[in-house]
Design a protein around this ligand. Structure first.
Ligand SMILES: Nc1nc2c(ncn2[C@@H]2O[C@H](COP(=O)(O)OP(=O)(O)O)[C@@H](O)[C@H]2O)c(=O)[nH]1
Ligand SMILES: [Mg+2]
Length: 237
């Protein structure tokens, strides 16, 4: 069994070395792919240095900041080409706890797409301003009502795909970024009849670095759900 944890990075120099080490410690069959968008702070150079002594670290350097969605699509294609069986998504900023990686992988033996969920038992988020928490929580409800998809945390970015899910989705058709991207991947997997499953995680706001998400990305996600429902009605997905 080969597992790849994909971590997109943009200016994560304070987090990346520690994150890479914490993930690789989890299990010997886990490898890492960093998709770095030519971070001005030198995140990519740090990864290159780590690669010198650890063959389980892979790096794709892109020209510039092209967005989270396309970084993951790039990572998914890499995973399929390099014969990985399980493909995980994870942030670089320790909002996702590396110690949860084995639990996600374990659940992925039984389900096609495992989602680390902040809203399985109440709300499990540490250090978010109340406004952000409220917005994320109601955004999840909104997505559920519009799409009918039975997922409590559709915008979460800590998850594990079986490779057959990624093989079944035409990755070149994925257009959304950020939170919309997470919703779109779940929706396309669900519509195709794959088994989705949520496991509880605790999400902790980053201590180092800054968020790259913007208002624009939130609005994009809000429209995206309507587009997805329409495409499904037209039998285009
Ligand atoms: N390669 C790449 N990574 C990105 C981009 N935007 C965000 N990221 C990474 O995606 C992850 C989640 O982003 P973050 O800003 O923490 O989002 P938040 O947790 O929703 O505030 C982090 O590892 C970021 O470095 C991007 O445009 N390109
Ligand atoms: Mg974050």
């Amino acid at each position: 069994m080969k597992a790849l944890v994909i971590v997109p990075t943009y200016n994560e120099i304070e987090n990346i070395a520690k994150l890479v080490q914490s993930v690789l410690l989890q299990a010997s069959q886990i490898e890492l792919l960093i998709v770095d968008d030519n971070s001005p702070d030198g995140t990519g150079t740090v990864v290159q240095r780590l690669q010198a002594t650890e063959p389980r670290i892979h790096l794709v350097q892109r020209q510039g900041k092209l967005g989270l969605g396309s970084a993951y699509v790039c990572g998914f294609k890499y995973a399929l080409e390099h014969d990985f069986d399980f493909i995980m998504e994870m942030d670089a900023d320790f909002s996702h706890n590396p110690d949860d990686v084995p639990r996600l992988l374990h659940a992925a033996q039984k389900y096609d797409l495992v989602i680390g969920s902040r809203y399985c038992n109440g709300v499990n988020i540490i250090n978010w301003p109340f406004k952000r928490l409220l917005m994320s929580y109601f955004a999840s409800k909104y997505v559920r009502v519009i799409t009918g998809m039975p997922v409590k945390d559709p915008t979460g970015g800590f998850k594990c795909f079986n490779r057959k899910v990624l093989e079944a989705i035409n990755l070149d058709n994925i257009l959304s970024d950020g939170y919309g991207f997470q919703i779109e991947m779940n929706y396309r997997a669900w519509v195709k009849g794959f088994k989705l499953h949520e496991i509880p995680i605790i999400f902790t706001e980053r201590l180092n670095g800054v968020s790259k998400m913007s208002r624009k990305i939130v609005w994009e996600a809000a429209w995206m759900v309507w587009r997805l429902v329409l495409l499904r009605t037209l039998k285009a997905i």
